[in-house]
Ligand binder design. Structure first.
Ligand SMILES: Cc1cc2nc3c(=O)[nH]c(=O)nc-3n(C[C@H](O)[C@H](O)[C@H](O)COP(=O)(O)OP(=O)(O)OC[C@H]3O[C@@H](n4cnc5c(N)ncnc54)[C@H](O)[C@@H]3O)c2cc1C
Length: 465
């Protein structure tokens, strides 16, 4: 039951229409996208101004209530929902009404917005001014810029444009003591003291509430060359990537294993993969004009022929419709997986040179442990990011054996010099793993920074640490 005192105070701040206290109505905010994490909240609050957020923080500090910053709630590690059975009451601070695009500056190639704007809205606002914002993730219609910054989101264009960290020029954040840190700058060169905005990028809502941001924009690519090719192994993929990068401005290079192709084809029978192979590569590069495109296609086919790529297993999307279809297939793989049932998910990254060796040794280790295991693999090969998901013969078995599966996978990830979280973050999912695999001094320093900024631990407790 919600304490009337809290409700009254929060309603006074944001107005009756912008709080949700009904148990049933709160549910969708309390459960994460995958349905793996859920926790009760006293109330969901939807502020519309930074000043309201400052007042909410003041109330929460007074009454010792934890605040869960929430964007689009698309986190894949339980970052944006309350922790179950936490010893303090928790409220969800949903940023969706802080959603104005404030400026598109074509001279400076930057865009300024409130943090609750969806990624899709930012991409569209840039596009309307003939500019391009390159972050590309399948949750773009729901996830918000604040969430993208707080998770340092990655996606398919990291190979060319970097992670969200590389796309942020400035931001504004409210600290747990209610003070505003104004790092809102459009400057690309600014060497005055620490680059404090970096503290908030990837902090997963534990250090401050991001309320505004200024992001980099790029020229809109004129045209794309997009292709799907079948190959036999990762080594071949790495060779192709290297050749393509020496000639073209490669902006995406995805790999999809037959396991992921099969699952996708089962759940999306009306728009199946047009070809199949042990591995498929979905690549794309930007091209300046139709004349350049003709020349580049010739170069591309020369590379394919040098590398013995079977052209019967290659598709080049020569219309924007065909290109959209290919990307639509790729973007729906996570959804097909979700429909396929519970899998132990691993969002890992490895040095590209180690990918083949990791897959060989780890799949052998998993199959030794459980001969009927299925390993579903796809990912952003261009930046060494593999989604490596394990399912046993049935859902219950998969869940019961989760700890052991994780141990087998993460041991090999560490042995191969990889990371236990490539792009989704730590959230509630990987607390222990993060502690165990971090350099002890780095972990301690991170905890000390949290303690300094949020001594009462009211901001997103139970996440990261
Ligand atoms: C289908 C699908 C595909 C995806 N693909 C990718 C992908 O390719 N790459 C990738 O990196 N991720 C991907 N994700 C994960 C997810 O979309 C990203 O992590 C995204 O950046 C989260 O944004 P959000 O607004 O939904 O944040 P939420 O899920 O609401 O929150 C995520 C974290 O950010 C914090 N937070 C949110 N808003 C703020 C704010 N304003 N201030 C401070 N903290 C805040 C929360 O407390 C939480 O810790 C995918 C998710 C789905 C469902």
């Amino acid at each position: 039951m919600i304490d009337d005192n809290v409700l009254t105070k929060l309603v006074l701040i944001v107005g009756n229409d912008h709080v949700i206290s009904n148990e049933e109505a709160k549910l969708s905010y309390e459960i994460d996208w995958r349905g793996n994490f859920s926790g009760r909240s006293l109330i969901v609050v939807k502020p519309q101004t930074t000043h309201q957020i400052q007042q909410i923080i003041k109330v929460c500090q007074e009454l010792s209530i934890a605040i869960i910053p929430q964007g689009g709630n698309t986190s894949l590690c339980g970052g944006g929902v309350p922790v179950n059975d936490y010893d303090k009451p928790q409220i969800i601070l949903n940023l969706s009404l802080l959603n104005k695009i404030l400026e598109v500056d074509t001279a400076n190639n930057s865009i300024t917005m409130e943090a609750g704007c969806t990624l899709a809205n930012v991409i569209t606002a840039a596009d309307q001014q003939e500019r391009y914002f390159p972050l590309s993730i399948a949750s773009e219609n729901n996830c918000q810029i604040g969430g993208n910054i707080a998770t340092n989101a990655g996606g398919i264009h990291v190979i060319k444009y970097g992670m969200m960290r590389d796309l942020v020029l400035g931001l504004e954040a409210i600290l747990p003591n209610g003070e505003i840190v104004n790092q809102l700058t459009t400057l690309r060169k600014n060497n005055t003291n620490f680059d404090l905005k970096q503290l908030f990028i990837g902090s997963e809502g534990t250090l401050g509430i991001i309320t505004k941001a200024i992001l980099k924009l790029y020229p809109k690519p004129e045209k794309y060359i997009t292709g799907l090719i079948g190959i036999a192994d990762i080594e071949q993929a790495v060779a192709i990537l290297s050749q393509l990068q020496s000639k073209f401005s490669v902006c995406a290079f995805e790999i999809i294993h037959s396991s992921a192709q099969n699952i996708y084809n089962t759940y999306f029978p009306d728009s199946q993969f047009p070809i199949s192979a042990k591995w498929l590569i979905l690549f794309e590069f930007e091209t300046a004009s139709t004349e350049a495109e003709e020349f580049e296609l010739e170069t591309l086919f020369n590379i394919f022929s040098r590398l013995n790529i079977n052209l019967n297993e290659a598709i080049i999307a020569d219309t924007s419709n065909k290109r959209d279809n290919l990307w639509h297939i790729r973007e729906n793989i996570p959804l097909a997986e979700k429909m396929h049932g519970y899998a132990v998910k691993h969002d890992i990254s490895l040095p590209i040179s180690q990918l083949e060796s990791f897959i060989q040794s780890n799949s052998a280790n998993i199959l030794k442990y459980h001969p009927h295991a299925q390993i579903i693999m796809f990912g952003h090969l261009g930046d060494g990011n593999l989604h490596y998901n394990v399912q046993l013969d049935n859902q219950l078995n998969t869940k019961t054996n989760e700890a052991k599966i994780n141990e087998i996978v993460y041991n090999d990830v560490i042995k191969h010099g990889g990371s236990i979280s490539a792009e989704h973050g730590i959230g509630q999912l990987k607390l222990e793993l993060y502690r165990m695999t971090s350099d002890p001094q780095s972990y301690l320093l991170a905890k000390q920074i949290k303690q300094l900024i949020d001594p009462n631990n009211i901001l997103n407790p139970g996440k990261i640490f």
